[in-house]
Ligand binder design. Sequence first.
Ligand SMILES: [Zn+2]
Ligand SMILES: [Zn+2]
Ligand SMILES: [Zn+2]
Length: 467
Amino acid sequence: MMKQPLQLVFAQNNRSLLQATTTFESLDKVDWQQVSCLLLDATDISTAYAALVKLRQNSLPHCYLRPVVFVANTERHNGWQWHAADAVLVLQGEHLLDPALVPDNLETINRWIDNLPQQERGADGHLQVKVLRLLASRQTSAEPQATPSNYNGYVYPLLQPVFSLQDMGVMQTLGFLEQQNLLSATLFDRAHFCIHCDSAFLNFKETCVACGSHDLDVVELVHHFSCGFTADITRFKAGGDALICPKCDKHLRHIGVDYDKPSTVNKCRLCQHVSQDGNVVAKCFNCDCSTEARFLDVRRINSYKLTSVGLNAAFYGLKTYFTDILENELQLLSLREFELFANAEAARIARYGKSQSALAVVRFVGLDKIQMELGSKAKQIFTELADIFKSILRETDIITAYNESMFAILMPETSQNNAALALNRLQKAVEQLFSENFDRSLDIQQHALAVTSELQVRDALERFLNQ
Ligand SMILES: [Zn+2]
Ligand SMILES: [Zn+2]
Ligand SMILES: [Zn+2]
């Protein structure tokens, strides 16, 4: 059977394209093998874009990588948000959408998702991997687009929906991936940014070199041939149809014969100072600060394409310092092994009914960001973080990394309450580590639950990640 597009219903008023009733809540029941792409009714582009953001911020590759098509009722598509989807279909008249109109090339994206190694299909809340995967699955590069709606002037429409407000920006992430040789850059443009607020919206103007005022007149310079006197035109009095030279009092009648006008100059209306070149100052539309142009931040705006290393990382994921260090120090288990242990533990408890065990989950929000910010110093943080884990976990505890910033710990013979206490100790110690040594905070989310026969480890972790 031919694959069909699936209309995602995300608002009351957009159920009209196909007879479909797929909502965000029912997405995990979708049989993706039957689906060619997700359709979003883009009659209102801002709500359609918000729905796209929700899809792209999901942590499961088979969801966030899925081809998404905006369906529009007009040919006029203003704004970069239109370029954030994989395609735009325009609905003609009142007709329902013809599934045959869905572009064939979207199927290559589905094939890319199908080819992901089995163990890499689990959640990845990791921005860098998401960026690499979006580019790899679309066989495309990250192309910047100039926009007045973004205060730093550029946006990468395909990648923007992946980033939430708390995340490091798209540009920084792309720059980091370039440093790691996962992407290669090609210059797209050079742009000036405010050094105070990063805004690209700057008003460049010349100011008086003597007093700093921007109240300047551009006036002509007059050069009297016979006496050699040169000054701005306001210094020459007008005498009938001629100018009168203030130095020799002669009349200047014919341009090219008596005098010429070699150039224009800036004359300050405040202090009368005349100069050839004013000081160029940029006033920021966003923060109101003025900065001399030579002190502005000049940055390269690049388009980025995947390197072969990047393509590999898109497929197999990125290892981070922290998981590497934990693997060595704490004998990190794979998620599969961890699930087997948890299931055995649940069965043991159900059978004997004598003891209780707990599953503890902890997430360090933005741990990947820290790695980017600190570069090589990140290793020190992660070593100390691993030490904290070691000091709080017991020999019998079992730990796995769900992704690069989220960890699950199976605590045998531990009540839910005691697991919560251990997590609180862990959180306090980590917060202290960051505030005392690194002069910054780290947002930590944690949760403890009892191990029962109903517990599905993967589901529980996924719920925690997407809450
Ligand atoms: Zn002046
Ligand atoms: Zn003269
Ligand atoms: Zn500014």
